[in-house]
Design a protein around this ligand. Structure first.
Ligand SMILES: NC(=O)c1ccc[n+]([C@@H]2O[C@H](COP(=O)([O-])OP(=O)(O)OC[C@H]3O[C@@H](n4cnc5c(N)ncnc54)[C@H](O)[C@@H]3O)[C@@H](O)[C@H]2O)c1
Length: 346
């Protein structure tokens, strides 16, 4: 990692090359320093209605030949219809193979725009400017792009690395506090499984006041995981820590009152040893994250889990943390898993 007065650059190696992740304050106002779009190159800037328009506008003003497309905010808009909208905009604006797409938004915008970039003329340059903590620490790094289809999350997608990721922590000033906590849940997940020091940092300091450092450390963890397992055939599944139960909670909780990161927070608690749990719970509370498993919905959650895609026959593989900074994959029969969960919440 190179660290300069103007932030850091972390290079991510892929099977087809490498791309930089810039972590710099006020990068959006100086975007051509990080995204080298020439005057003759067209750029499709994709954002959503919940992202303050000033960010996409500021990027657009610095790029001679750009078109902004704003999709409605929300996960339900990461869909085929909006994918088609982006592809249509590129055809109508005579985009060619040398043009590019720039995402300015959270994980919804990044996943959708990246997938459109992977498809248009068999792949054009994709730049990502993530504007949520979750997108900065997780979804913008690692090359996964997707849309949801027929009610199934991320069922259609591609591994398509960006040309560059530009993380500007100053855009987080407009992000609601609950969304900041939501993204920090994914950081706790990475720290708990892979980086004891980062966990201690979050434990002993005010994470909300150290966002740039915490985001940088999280990107370094994500780098080490995705470089070791680009296409998710092994190690990368560690990023699913807490997610098995989280998906169960999301399915059981028809009211959708929890954000994904909040479900992950609740999902991590039963998957740790007692000593880890004793340190995890105060950290989650400090970050305003829920940590009580929704005990009144246990049966519904267990039933949803048995439909989990990580099930192999009647067995399930989960990530378990018995020591902070370390993890193991544990495969167990679903009834044993059920007992573990029930014991953890009793
Ligand atoms: N590709 C991957 O590897 C990967 C990894 C994890 C998650 N994801 C995907 O990421 C998505 C979730 O991403 P998310 O949590 O960023 O949600 P999101 O993109 O829906 O953003 C959350 C909300 O914040 C708003 N917002 C974004 N930036 C803002 C800002 N700076 N100020 C104010 N409001 C802002 C958005 O409009 C939205 O309403 C899911 O679709 C998930 O599947 C992908």
């Amino acid at each position: 990692m190179n660290v300069s007065q103007n932030g850091s650059v972390i290079n991510i190696k892929t099977s087809v090359g490498e791309y930089p992740v810039y972590i710099t304050e006020n990068a959006v106002s100086n975007i051509t320093k990080y995204i080298p779009v020439s005057n003759s190159q067209r750029a499709l800037i994709v954002t959503d209605s919940g992202v303050p328009a000033e960010y996409a506008n500021t990027v657009s003003q610095q790029i001679a030949n750009s078109v902004i497309i704003t999709i409605p905010q929300g996960e339900e808009n990461k869909n085929i219809q909006n994918l088609q909208l982006l592809l249509t905009a590129m055809v109508e604006n005579n985009f060619t193979r040398t043009d590019c797409i720039i995402a300015v938004g959270g994980g919804v915008v990044g996943d959708l725009a990246g997938f459109a970039a992977s498809m248009f003329m068999r792949g054009i340059d994709f730049y990502n400017i993530p504007t949520t903590v979750l997108a900065q620490v997780d979804s913008s790094v690692g090359g996964k792009t997707a849309v949801d289809f027929m009610g199934i999350k991320n069922i259609i997608g591609a591994f398509y690395p960006p040309k560059a990721v530009v993380i500007d922590v100053s855009v987080l000033k407009t992000l609601p506090q609950r969304q900041i906590s939501n993204g920090l849940s994914e950081v706790v997940k990475m720290a708990l499984t892979c980086d004891k020091e980062l966990f201690e940092k979050i434990e002993n300091s005010n994470a909300f006041e150290n966002l740039e450092e915490i985001i940088t450390r999280a990107v370094l963890i994500k780098k080490s995981v995705v470089e070791a397992d680009e296409k998710e055939s092994g190690l990368r599944r560690v990023l699913n820590f807490g997610h098995t139960i989280a998906h169960g909670i999301e399915t059981a909780n028809e009211m959708r009152e929890f954000y994904h990161g909040e479900c992950v927070a609740m999902g991590m608690v039963p998957m740790c040893s007692k000593t880890v749990k004793e340190r995890l719970i105060p950290v989650l509370k400090k970050l305003n994250l829920p940590c009580d498993f929704v005990s009144q919905n246990t049966d519904k959650i267990i039933s949803a889990l048995s439909h989990d895609k990580k099930m192999q026959g009647d067995k399930i593989t989960v990530v378990y943390v018995s020591k902070i900074g370390e993890f193991e994959f544990v495969t167990m029969p679903i009834n044993e898993f059920e007992q573990t969960v029930r014991k953890a919440i009793s």
